[in-house]
Write a protein that binds this ligand. Structure first.
Ligand code: ACM
Length: 639
């Protein structure tokens, strides 16, 4: 028995498209009482469906046809409107589909054709391969002096340190030269590599000297020693098991003090090994913050002792679960969460690489998994407000008028504050849907009581509660740019701007500290070219390697202005609606992560696109050794 589904864009304009869906059967006997389930992320105008009814919860869609018997000679067909900009990529069609026989509840598989697009962008030419530079160092250091020739790196190599401050960096260096190059290390009096304290250097700064006297790494902070080690690891040349390091003198320091990456582990769960591998790579590129997006509508991923339901229920989605299948895994369970012991392990692993782990608990929107897990605390049965979140949920927002909301916030934040040594905790605050709370008597009452004039002040009400709670726990609150909506959080809260840079500029001008994460230049879930078979989303455009490299943070204001001084730095993000395995993570992150590393670390004067490409060509040899499945940045010489 075989069913086959086709989706075709029939017409489109900038705001909406008309789609036709056709379901074929090759069966002689007909199926009469059935429904069709599929995963599709774009918003469907429900009333527009011809020949049946449709429901959409997030990306999970169900069509129930009007008395349609399907068999070999009678395919089912319907049309519907999608409310979104035109579809330009095959990745944006239906992901998975199945038929349910409603008489037996049996599910039947469907084969899927790629979406037939109405139009696509012209195919983008790949970059021309550059001439490789002999030193493939990324990010480019502040000062680098190339001396004549190489020195030989023996195997085993002797490494020593003159300061305990270098202990973690030394261990990391030993691990990496062994894992990547197969070089053994020994601690001996005479050393090939020496870590030395240099009290004249500032935090994170380092010097690296490679000359006839050996290899000297100097710093005055644990992070400085890690950065020096990262540089050395990138300099090692491997010629069939004979190792050499070019003679250089480097002085290096970061442009921005905050250099982060956010990983979404809620939409798809990533194992501890995947996370550690990524954190290790971040250390190679001198990032110093790992922002862990742990909760969202589609999953709650952190063990909380006070509420085991959050992970028993909220960490699992799929058939016969409280949470419907979303984004992938239509016919099987997708689940996973991190135990506290695993989290401690990740924090320690990151600390060994001078990386701080910042957890994010996203409230009050993006809370569907939590609400479904703890309905007795978080479901407001008296609130009849109708709303639809950006990701098509009608029930994903905490209520400011429920006592349970504050019990939940208190207990979760208490445990999170205890678990994570980071002085900062990210509270989300983004994308609270329009229309929430407006048909709740209790919310109206809360507004009257507090003399609030607008609904958004209720959002501020919850967030300022969280800010104070965190303060009492000795932590500072971070939040997406919407944390300022409702005007209730103090200047102690740090604003992460993401829609573009406007909120960053406005917030910095009003005295907030800011981290820049503009989607257009830092969201690595965006497609990397205009080719229709490129994976990724495109709501904020196409993010090529070149565009990533050329990102000029807040270019319109002088770097030494007080406003610019409030910019802590830059963070990139990997949202994982489409990303559920190592190969996809690698393809989306590499090599764009290296381009952004240079935006974060390297002074503007030292940034140079052709020079970066020449270094990248050499650098890819290291990624090959590390088995990183990066996106090939240029066409092959034979093309
Ligand atoms: C976000 O992309 N919603 C922070």
């Amino acid at each position: 028995m075989n069913y086959h589904l086709e989706l075709t864009v029939v017409s489109e304009n900038p705001e909406q498209s008309l789609l036709r869906l056709t379901l074929y059967s090759d069966c002689e006997h007909s199926l009469s009482n059935w429904s069709l389930q599929f995963l599709f992320e774009r918003r469907i105008k429900l009333a527009s469906l011809t020949h049946g009814q449709i429901k959409q919860v997030g990306s999970f869609c169900t069509i129930t046809p009007n008395n349609h018997e399907i068999d070999k000679n009678t395919p089912y067909y319907c049309e519907f409107i999608v409310l979104s900009p035109p579809l330009r990529f095959y990745d944006h069609g239906i992901k998975e589909a199945l038929i349910t026989n409603l008489n037996t509840n049996q599910t039947l598989p469907i084969t899927l054709a790629p979406i037939t697009l109405f139009n696509c962008h012209t195919k983008q030419a790949n970059l021309t391969p550059p001439q490789a530079m002999s030193v493939g160092l990324i990010p480019q250091p502040d000062i680098i002096q190339h001396l004549e020739g190489d020195i030989h790196l023996p195997n085993p190599v002797h490494i020593s340190m003159c300061t305990p401050m270098a202990e973690k960096a030394l261990t990391w260096l030993e691990q990496e030269i062994n894992a990547v190059f197969g070089i053994q290390s020994q601690n001996k009096e005479h050393s090939d590599i020496v870590f030395t304290l240099n009290p004249n250097l500032e935090d994170e700064h380092y010097k690296l000297v490679v000359d006839s006297g050996g290899i000297q790494l100097e710093a005055n902070s644990p992070s400085g020693f890690v950065h020096a080690s990262a540089t050395l690891l990138q300099l090692i040349k491997d010629s069939h098991g004979i190792f050499a390091v070019p003679r250089v003198k480097i002085f290096d320091c970061p442009r921005f003090s905050y250099r982060g990456l956010m990983l979404d582990c809620a939409r798809h769960f990533h194992s501890i090994n995947v996370i550690k591998r990524l954190i290790n790579q971040l250390a190679y590129y001198k990032f110093n913050y790992f922002h862990w997006h742990l909760t969202d509508d589609e999953g709650w991923r952190l063990e909380i002792d006070a509420f085991p339901q959050l992970t028993q229920i909220g960490a699992k989605r799929g058939p016969d679960s409280q949470l419907e299948p979303q984004l992938s895994h239509l016919t099987s369970i997708h689940e996973g969460y991190y135990t506290k012991q695993e989290v401690r392990d990740v924090i320690a692993y990151a600390a060994e690489r001078s990386i701080t782990v910042i957890p994010e608990i996203d409230i009050p929107g993006h809370c569907r998994a939590a609400i479904k897990s703890l309905p007795h605390l978080l479901h407001d049965s008296e609130d009849s407000s109708a709303y639809l979140s950006i990701q098509n949920y009608r029930d994903n927002t905490l209520s400011p008028s429920l006592d349970g909301t504050y019990v939940f916030i208190d207990k979760v934040l208490e445990e999170v504050a205890l678990l994570f040594p980071s002085p900062w905790i990210h509270i989300g605050g983004d994308e609270v849907p329009n229309g929430v709370w407006k048909d709740s008597q209790a919310c109206r009452h809360l507004m009257l009581e507090n003399h609030y004039k607008s609904i958004s002040e209720l959002q501020g009400h919850i967030l300022s509660y969280a800010e104070n709670k965190l303060k009492m726990l000795g932590k500072r609150m971070l939040g997406w740019e919407e944390v300022r909506q409702g005007n209730k959080v103090s200047n102690d809260t740090v604003v992460f701007s993401w829609v573009n840079e406007n909120a960053a500029l406005a917030s910095a001008e009003q005295g907030f500290d800011v981290v820049l994460q503009p989607a257009q230049t830092t969201y690595f879930d965006l497609v990397q070219s205009s080719n229709p078979d490129e994976p990724g989303s495109n709501w904020a455009g196409i993010l090529t390697l070149e565009k990533t490299y050329h990102y000029q943070p807040i270019a319109q204001i002088p770097q030494y202005s007080p406003t610019f001084q409030r910019i802590w730095g830059i963070q990139c993000a990997l949202w994982c609606e489409h990303i559920d395995d190592q190969a996809k993570i690698d393809y989306m992150l590499f090599p764009r992560l290296t381009a952004l590393a240079e935006v974060c670390w390297t002074s503007e004067q030292q940034r140079n696109w052709p020079n970066y490409l020449a270094r990248l060509k050499q650098h890819l040899l290291l990624m090959d050794k590390q088995k990183i499945q990066y996106r090939q940045p240029w066409h092959s010489d034979s093309e």
